[in-house]
Design a protein around this ligand. Structure first.
Ligand code: UD1
Ligand code: F6R
Length: 367
């Protein structure tokens, strides 16, 4: 059942070259640079009329929404709000009939997300699901949607569902905005990038042993750590930190690099482990300056960086994990792999069962 792996979590991490491909299969025409999401085709006109997209999710699924938010706004020109389902319920904010609400959930059964869906149905907006489990409550009760087709996810910690949700949401943004002529070049760039993603994920998976060694040398036995990123990589920091918390029980905080100076920097010294996402994109100068703020306080970060990048001063890092470069808005799909692997190896090293983290359930069906 575990296909030769010791744990479902490692099986699911390793499946990502296939699961990400399956999310795109039959939907993306790489040759003609075209996209067809059968599940939303009939609703496209209404979706395109929306003046606001409201995304709702919990945990890892919430992070996949954050990962695509700026791309959604860039391509559609429509503002996107992203809310945790529990916080949305606490606020009960106004929802307009011409809003499109997007519910992202692996299980399709998460109680808080379902409650928000009921609220949105009553408000009369269009509700779109991005769900893994076919036939689940959210899949049935949304007006339309996209199944992410990642295959069953057994391990409590979500890994392959994250990358497939991320891709399904990128495809949704492409589908909604493919009537805008100005987007043509960017669309082609992203579709070409998506075609390469399964191969790039395989390349990072080949670095398993290196990532294991780095994790054991610099992070095993620590009580606390920071995971820093900004722009497209802010979601990677939050998701990376969540994986480490839930599987290895090390306190990990995902930090937006621009916020370091606003408080978090007080924690940085030679004893505070830091993982920093510094792959090349338009935010690199700002990220590199954040790394300098850390190293100036004797922090020695583990840096996830673009292969061959010589702008990072390696002498001031604990280690560098080189990953292949892709399109800026897809880089998070590649960057999250080392953090998923780190959380797995740290969990095993601490003697825990990564498939069954204490106090957690796979499907959270109570509020
Ligand atoms: C569908 C078939 C797929 C087939 C393909 C062939 C299913 C589940 N999928 O895939 O097996 O190979 O056609 O063209 O039968 N939906 C929601 N909410 C959600 C998710 C989906 O309402 O959260 C709805 C969609 O609007 C759609 C249906 O479920 O009506 C299937 O969605 P999806 O599997 O994404 O559609 P296709 O990719 O077209
Ligand atoms: C973390 C994790 C959880 C889920 C969250 C939402 O690894 O798995 O944070 O992402 O409970 O669950 P779904 O996506 O089923 O709504």
């Amino acid at each position: 059942m575990r296909g030769g792996y010791d744990h479902f979590m490692m099986k699911e991490i390793s499946e990502q070259p296939d699961s990400t491909f399956n999310t795109m299969r039959g939907r993306l025409d790489f040759k003609n640079k075209n996209i067809i999401l059968g599940g939303i085709k009939q609703y496209l006109t209404s979706i395109r009329r929306s003046r606001r997209f409201q995304m709702i999710a919990c945990g890892t699924s919430y992070h996949s929404c954050l990962a695509v938010r700026s791309l959604f706004e860039e391509l559609t020109g429509v503002p996107v709000s992203v809310d945790l389902a529990s916080d949305f319920l606490d606020r009960s904010p106004p929802i307009f009939r011409d809003d499109t609400c997007i519910f992202v959930s692996q299980s399709g059964e998460t109680a808080d997300s379902m409650q928000v869906l009921k609220y949105c149905r009553a408000a009369g907006c269009l509700n779109v699901g991005v769900v893994n489990s076919v036939g689940s409550s959210i899949s049935r009760e949304t007006d339309c949607g996209v199944h992410i087709n990642a295959g069953p996810e057994i391990s409590v910690a979500s890994t392959k569902a994250y990358s497939s949700q991320f891709i399904a949401l990128v495809m949704l943004a492409l589908q909604i905005s493919n009537n805008v002529i100005d987007n043509k070049q960017r669309h082609e760039e992203i579709i070409n990038g998506l075609e390469e993603i399964p191969r790039l994920i395989s390349q990072v998976l080949e670095k398993k042993e290196e990532i294991k060694e780095i994790s054991l040398k610099y992070l095993h036995g620590k009580d606390s750590m920071l995971v820093v990123g900004r722009g497209y990589q802010y979601a990677s920091s939050l998701e990376g930190a969540l994986k480490i918390k839930e599987i290895s029980y090390i306190h990990a905080e995902g930090v937006q690099a621009g916020e370091l100076k606003h408080g978090v920097l007080a924690l940085v010294d030679s004893n505070m482990p830091v993982v920093a996402f510094a792959t090349q994109d338009s935010f690199s100068p700002k990220v590199n300056s954040a790394i300098q703020q850390i190293t100036a306080r004797d922090g020695r970060p583990i840096v996830v960086m673009t292969e061959g990048d010589n702008l990072i001063d390696r002498s001031k890092t604990s280690a560098c994990i080189e990953v292949p470069k892709t399109v800026d808005c897809l880089q998070g799909l590649v960057n999250i792999i080392p953090l998923q692997l780190m959380s797995y190896y740290l969990s095993i090293a601490a003697g825990h069962n990564p498939d069954r983290p204490r106090n957690l359930a796979k499907s959270v069906t109570v509020e």
